[in-house]
Every structure is written in structure tokens, then in C-alpha cells.
Design a protein around this ligand. Structure first.
Ligand code: FPP
Length: 248
């Protein structure tokens, strides 16, 4: 595994998940077609993957296309699918070189054979890398994922009282991955939008007004610094709070 190039932080989130929002508004503000915003978004993603490897983030998961995004006009949906395929074609050699392992979460059912083939090729090519696990959520929905998990559990005939949190986690698309420590949503929207709804139960959230195509390495560093100031209690109390309570 390669060493991170710059890691000026005391506390680095092991797993960052991002809702890449605001491509459309970024384009509109520049009197450009929406697709120009998505293309700029893809370019930005390329930079943020690189930034994560530099900074020593171990997992990056990005929301590229939700189960609800099929409601968009056909030309936008097709345009996005083409951008995903271009990205996989162009970036796979670089991802391989940089030690990035690519994974996919989401339902494969509605995805085209062409996209699935490129995804599979990239996943296969990068499968032995472990510097950064980079997961693309395409045709992903948190509720769909939980329904899928429950279906698998029922099909396996597990008795009801044997089902725990871990049983559910182990049947999600993200099985085996740590939950996100930090979830970032760009563009000023304050919603979860069906992204990692089970896994983000105790994540720290950061909402920024920056549109995704303007989100850069410096903004990522700011987000990581902000994360470093958070006190994570997972429903309990910090060690310091315990001591204070004990000392009266
Ligand atoms: C939301 O912006 C963004 C999306 C639905 C697509 C995300 C896709 C990319 C960033 C392209 C690159 C991705 C890969 C995997 C190469 P929006 O269109 O909803 O923006 P708006 O809310 O301003 O209209």
C-alpha cells in the first residue's frame, strides 16, 4: 500500500461518502447545458479520488445515480450513463496505477449491458489494489438496498430471533465495508436522499453550499478539519464526559 503524500490532520475519516449535488445549478449559473455541469462533475470526481489517496482516506463512496434518477428526462439519463462509461474507460489505467480499488453498489437490474461490462472490467482490473476503496453508487437507493437485504435473509430461511444488526449489514451492498465516518453533501441541499440510510446512522454530516463541480481538494481538507473537531459519541458519552460525571 502506498503512503499518503500529505496528511496534516490529527483525525482522518477512514470512510468518506459524498452526495455530489449541484451540477445542474453550476451549469445554469454559467448559461451552459446541464450536461456540461455533469461533465465538470466527472472531472471533479477524478480530482477528489486523487485527493483522497494523497490524504490517506481509505474508503470513498460517491452517489452517482440514484434509483430515483431514472425519473429525469431520457437524454439526461443517457448522457449520465455515457459519462459513467467514459469515466471508466479513461480512468481505469490511472486508478490501477494509483492503487485504487473500484467497487459498485446498487441494483444491476436496470443498468445496460455496456455499462455493466465496463464496470465489471474496471472492478476486475483494480481488485488487488488496497490504497483506496472507491465505491460508485449507481442505480443505488438505500431503501432498495434494505429490501434486497431482507429478501436475501428470508430466502436463506434465517429464524427471526437470529437476525441482528450485523445480519442486515452483512446483506447490504456495502457488506464488509466500514460505515461512513463523514458524509458530505454539496450544493446546499439538506437531505439524505436515500443515500446509505442504514450505514450513516452514526456518521458525521457536512453540508456545504459549494456546487459539486467547484468542490476541490482544499474544500475536502476543510471538511476533514471540521470532522476533526466533532466529538463522536455513538449514542454514549465521550471518555472526557464520563470522567467529568465521575468527578462530579
Ligand atoms: C446531482 O446534480 C448529480 C447527479 C445526479 C449526477 C452525479 C454525477 C456526476 C457528478 C458525474 C460524474 C460521476 C461519475 C461516476 C463519473 P444535479 O443534476 O441534481 O444538480 P442540480 O440539483 O443543481 O440540478
Amino acid at each position: 500500500m502506498g503512503k499518503p503524500k500529505d496528511q496534516p490532520f490529527e483525525k482522518i475519516p477512514q470512510h468518506i461518502a459524498i452526495i455530489m449535488d449541484g451540477n445542474g445549478r453550476w451549469a445554469k449559473a454559467r448559461l451552459l447545458p446541464r450536461m456540461a455541469g455533469h461533465r465538470a462533475g466527472a472531472e471533479r470526481l477524478r480530482n477528489i479520488v486523487r485527493a483522497c489517496t494523497d490524504l490517506g482516506v481509505r474508503y470513498l463512496t460517491v452517489y452517482a445515480f440514484s434509483t430515483e434518477n431514472w425519473k429525469r428526462p431520457a437524454d439526461e439519463v443517457n448522457g449520465l450513463m455515457n459519462i459513467f462509461m467514459d469515466f471508466l474507460d479513461k480512468e481505469t489505467p490511472e486508478l490501477l496505477k494509483e492503487g485504487v480499488q473500484v467497487r459498485h453498489i446498487g441494483s444491476k437490474k436496470e443498468l445496460s449491458d455496456a455499462l455493466l461490462a465496463k464496470l465489471q472490467a474496471c472492478i476486475e482490473t483494480t481488485k488487488n489494489n488496497d490504497r483506496l476503496i472507491f465505491t460508485l453508487a449507481i442505480n443505488y437507493g438505500g431503501r432498495d438496498e434494505i429490501v434486497h437485504a431482507v429478501q436475501e435473509i428470508v430466502q436463506q430461511g434465517l429464524p427471526a430471533d437470529a437476525i441482528t444488526d450485523k445480519t442486515i449489514s452483512d446483506h447490504l451492498y456495502t457488506a464488509g465495508m466500514p460505515d461512513p465516518d463523514l458524509v458530505i453533501r454539496t450544493s446546499g441541499e439538506l437531505r439524505i436522499s436515500n443515500f446509505l440510510i442504514w450505514q450513516s446512522a452514526y456518521s458525521e454530516w457536512l453540508f456545504t453550499k459549494t456546487y459539486w463541480p467547484d468542490f476541490n481538494k482544499n474544500k475536502l481538507k476543510e471538511a476533514i478539519l471540521d470532522y476533526g473537531t466533532r466529538s463522536r459519541r455513538f449514542g454514549g458519552r465521550t471518555k472526557k464526559e464520563e470522567e467529568e460525571a465521575y468527578n462530579g
